[in-house]
Design a binder for this molecule. Structure first.
Ligand code: FAD
Length: 382
């Protein structure tokens, strides 16, 4: 974030997060990518440092402050060390609002301490093999059986899919409802529930250190007190929280683009061709100048969105604009930066190569960029 938007407490938090990422995360990136997931220990370490679910109440170990600047700092510092593995952003930015807004007191007691300490890793399962963008077409059902729901169906592409202990599953409690979204509820599945199994860790082209999996539910008996919020309100809850998820992706994208540009500026100073640093060629200078301009515009916009979110004033359309425009820009910037690295840019050991492959998914998850344009279009009355 721009410095003038950070107060003293944010700066102290930023220093601590930066030191943590450099010492505890960056050295493990490669090993985690090889094994396909991070360690549970890193979650607990992050929890011990106060970097998880910061807005949850102090009573359970959180900071009790709803201020997205803290969330953005965690995402930025992860991006700066090129860490694609730890799913902290999912837990902090995507999941935490569901916990604060919809957990009952009993659920708070049961789960909040672990979510804050990193002992409980969470996930949200919306996407199914047959449907992603069209959420209302989901087939997973949770049928009322008196004291429990009987959950059946499957989900795919679920982040933290292998490591997660608590999963919010989007299911239809009223599959016959005339209005598809009216029958959707959010059901919390826990690690050891009978009938719940996980597929293999999916082999992605990037983000290799983050586990992504298929989840299967076969007659899982989920107790009624694992319902999140009210029955039939799931679609509304999702729509309410998606703008924060989208801003989170935009903020990470912006930080990743800044990091790619910084490393490329340095490379253009160090690398020589035809007797001079490659940055001295007009083409390189212009490319860097254009990227600097666009990344600065992105930063200004993202920061404005963060401050609006803090005031509950970020509109669905503006969050969609940030998600689509900034992640498109991120992909453009990392591609251009890779080009300026020449052949070295194509070598896996170079951070820009990693940034290139990790960036691509940003235009897909959290709602594809085409869906973002649909949302913006609808906002204009079409
Ligand atoms: C690494 C990774 C992590 C993920 N993590 C999660 C997670 O934690 N939880 C979760 O629930 N999901 C997750 N997803 C799933 C992700 O959100 C979906 O892949 C995404 O929403 C797109 O859905 P889909 O793959 O079914 O594509 P589809 O919906 O089949 O879309 C295919 C293409 O059609 C286009 N399209 C579809 N509808 C329209 C339309 N109306 N107008 C214009 N174009 C359209 C899309 O933009 C896209 O280009 C993850 C995906 C990946 C790759």
């Amino acid at each position: 974030m721009q410095k003038h938007l950070l107060e003293e407490e944010h700066k102290m938090f930023q220093d601590a997060v930066k030191a943590f990422m450099e010492k505890e995360v960056a050295p493990h990136n490669k090993a985690w990518a090889e094994q396909g997931h991070v360690s549970r220990e890193i979650w607990q370490k992050a929890g011990a440092q106060g970097m998880l679910c910061m807005d949850l109440p102090e009573k359970y170990g959180g900071m009790g402050i709803k201020d997205f600047r803290y969330n953005a700092i965690v995402g930025e510092e992860l991006a700066k060390v090129g860490a694609s593995g730890p799913g902290f952003i999912l837990q902090n930015d995507v999941m935490a609002p569901y916990f604060t807004e919809y957990f009952t007191d009993e659920q708070k007691e049961r789960w909040m301490p672990g979510l804050i300490s990193g002992d409980i890793i969470s996930a949200i399962a919306m996407t199914e093999p047959g449907t992603g963008s069209d959420l209302q077409a989901i087939q997973t059902t949770a049928i009322d059986q008196g004291d429990h729901y009987l959950l059946n169906g499957s989900k795919t592409f679920i982040t933290n899919g292998i490591l997660s202990d608590l999963i919010i599953v989007v299911a239809k409690t009223d599959p016959k409802s005339q209005h598809a979204h009216a029958g959707i509820s959010l059901i919390i599945v826990e690690r050891d529930m009978e009938g719940f199994t996980r597929g293999k860790n999916l082999d992605k082209i990037g983000m290799k250190a983050q586990d992504t999996a298929e989840l299967f539910f076969n007659d899982v008996k989920v107790p009624k007190n694992n319902l999140l919020g009210k029955e039939g309100q799931g679609f509304y809850y999702l729509m309410r929280n998606l703008p924060q998820e989208r801003l989170s992706i935009a903020a990470t994208g912006c930080a990743a683009a800044e990091a790619a540009l910084d490393m490329t500026i340095q490379y253009c100073k160090d690398r020589k061709a035809f007797g001079r640093p490659i940055g001295k060629f007009q083409n390189s200078r212009f490319a860097l100048a254009e990227m600097k301009t666009e990344v600065t515009i992105a930063r200004t916009f993202v920061d404005q969105c963060i401050m609006e979110l803090n005031k509950n004033k970020l509109s669905v359309e503006k969050a969609a604009m940030a998600k689509y425009w900034v992640t498109d820009l991120q992909c453009k910037v990392v591609d251009q930066c890779l080009q300026l690295h020449g052949g070295y840019g194509y070598m896996s050991e170079f951070p820009i190569a990693q940034a290139y492959i990790d960036s691509r998914v940003q235009r897909i998850y959290g709602g594809t960029n085409e869906i973002m344009k649909e949302i913006i279009g609808r906002g204009m009355g079409f």
